[in-house]
Design a protein around this ligand. Structure first.
Ligand code: VGL
Ligand code: ZN
Length: 201
């Protein structure tokens, strides 16, 4: 029997970049990534039911962002702020209390980690975690080998306990095995690998 986890005070959920651009049909659409939507939604509902803090990050690029191929970057144009492509998936359940953090908003900087992503009012995810007295962060979303990886590593460096929801993340896998290597790296740095089904309903 897998260990079960009861959610409690000090837990927060961080869902990374569940945007149209990274889902099938998007500008950087990852084949199969939509399979994480149901486990992500179930986990959001479990946190919302207990009134535990929920953060959603989004890749929120200006036109001409440095990461775009047209600027010599590695990615097609994607996640341009305000476009439908950058919007959260219409299938994602977004509770009223969820807080949205935008990242990679500066044309000349790439920002895979959501740790310093900001709300419209300029609050960072880092400060929000502190203000909510968070101790244990449950993380899911896209993509395992980029934004989930870099966000989790920053959280681990900051001393948080990080629980990676392995059935609620999905990799780009530009190179075969990138996603697996990202999981190994997060685990090596102290992240715990759990499935959403291990959370007590
Ligand atoms: C991401 C590639 C480019 C991500 C963002 O959210 O993982 N990946 N921009
Ligand atoms: Zn991006």
């Amino acid at each position: 029997m897998d260990k079960r986890y009861a959610l409690q005070e000090g837990d927060a959920l961080v869902i990374v970049d569940m945007q149209n651009c990274f889902l099938p049909g998007g500008t950087l659409g990852i084949n199969g990534s939509d399979r994480i939507i149901p486990p992500v939604n179930r986990t959001i509902e479990a946190f919302a039911k207990r009134e535990l803090p929920i953060a959603l990050s989004r890749d929120w690029h200006p036109p001409g962002h440095i990461s775009f191929a047209e600027q010599g970057g590695p990615w097609p144009v994607h996640g341009v702020a305000g476009t439908v492509d950058a919007a959260f998936s219409p299938e994602l359940i977004i509770p009223g209390g969820a807080v949205v953090f935008s990242k990679a908003t500066d044309r000349d900087h790439e920002e895979y980690s959501a740790f310093l992503a900001k709300t419209e009012n300029g609050m960072t995810l880092r400060s929000w975690l502190g203000e909510n007295a968070v101790q244990r962060i449950w993380i899911g979303g896209l993509a395992t080998d980029y934004c989930v990886l870099n966000t989790a590593l920053d959280m681990l460096r900051a001393g948080y306990r990080v629980m990676v929801l392995i059935d609620a993340v999905f990799a780009v896998d530009v190179k075969d095995g990138d996603g697996e290597r990202a999981i190994v790296e997060m685990a090596a740095r102290g992240a715990e690998m759990v499935t959403t089904g291990q959370i007590e309903a």
